[in-house]
Design a protein around this ligand. Sequence first.
Ligand SMILES: Nc1nc2c(ncn2[C@@H]2O[C@H](COP(=O)(O)OP(=O)(O)OP(=O)(O)O)[C@@H](O)[C@H]2O)c(=O)[nH]1
Ligand SMILES: [Mg+2]
Length: 365
Amino acid sequence: MKTIGIGGAGSKIAVKLDSQCAAINISEIELSKIPTSGAKIQASLHDGSGVFQGARMDPAIGLEAYGSVSRQLTNLIRGAMVISATGGGTGNGITAGILRDLTGRQEQIPVEEKTIFALVLPYGKMEPDEFVSNTSAFLNGPLAEAIDSGNTGNIFMFSNRVKFEKQLPEDKYNQMMVNSLKEFFSIPEKNAQLKLLEEHIDQADFALFLSKPYFNHFTAFNFNPENDFGKQLATHWNPLLLEPEQPIEALFLLEVPTGNDGTCFYSILKHFNDQGVKPLYSVVENPALKGPRVNVSLLYSRKPAEEVQSFNRESEEHAQTKVRRTIDQYVELEPLQVNLDSEADKVKSNGEDDIIKMLKRINKL
Ligand SMILES: Nc1nc2c(ncn2[C@@H]2O[C@H](COP(=O)(O)OP(=O)(O)OP(=O)(O)O)[C@@H](O)[C@H]2O)c(=O)[nH]1
Ligand SMILES: [Mg+2]
């Protein structure tokens, strides 16, 4: 599959995944730093500005620049994966332009021409408010409309949460995202190369799965057949992606070491059947493994409005913490001195002896 990186983050990640990716940016400087052997496309603004500064976090500028590359991109995105961040101006604005064009398409887009989107969302607790509000507008607007039109392929919702929480270097985090994508995309290849024990997921099955206009949460982990599959899945969500909702469709590849009959796949199948989902699956023998490993992918269709809400919830919590911290820092309350005897005397002078007796008794209990 062809890869297209848009904006700073999008291009940096895309070129790690595919050294022949197309890179698109307004900023000539950012573009010059992408070591791709594929096309470098510079989007431009009417007044010629932006060459040095990009879209300066303003999606309206990115959308304006989309006009200069829209024709080229219409061809380029066919059957490709677009990678961009939603926080800044360039990735957000140009990707919004692509999504609007897809939404407006009258004809049904064939499976092999669908476009997949890998979006990088900011971590609301620690990144600038502009990134968060740009993201909310993007999810609620162009993305929601494109999903409703049915004209997108799968959408991967990456988040920068782990990057900030674990204080990881950008380059390392980008590599983690790429490794995770690579493992997921290797599913049909493994089916072609390894010994098949049960069923088969070929390129065509995989392409059809990817062409559906749903969010895709994929994850991989070493599976212990002695324990419940559902519980293991729930503790092995892909930490780089937003957590999924109830799946509409699912796919899994179970790899087992030589000598393992692979029948532990039945427990995975049962887990999905209990949820009313009939997954696409296969079991292969992988001599390089010591124990079973499973790749799982869930398609879910939470409405982007809800996706926005949950994204914003984190940011709101962050805002509240900020307010609390400000109060802690700047509002010093006089320590309240309460002398029980003098308080009691006050009550006594009101002639409330019974109450005092009661209080004293409670004290003694
Ligand atoms: N994971 C990851 N996130 C990045 C990287 N670079 C930027 N970001 C995030 O991407 C968002 C900003 O998007 P950028 O790609 O830098 O912006 P842009 O699309 O080039 O737009 P402008 O620079 O505003 O013109 C923020 O949430 C950043 O934290 C990166 O290399 N890796
Ligand atoms: Mg940029």
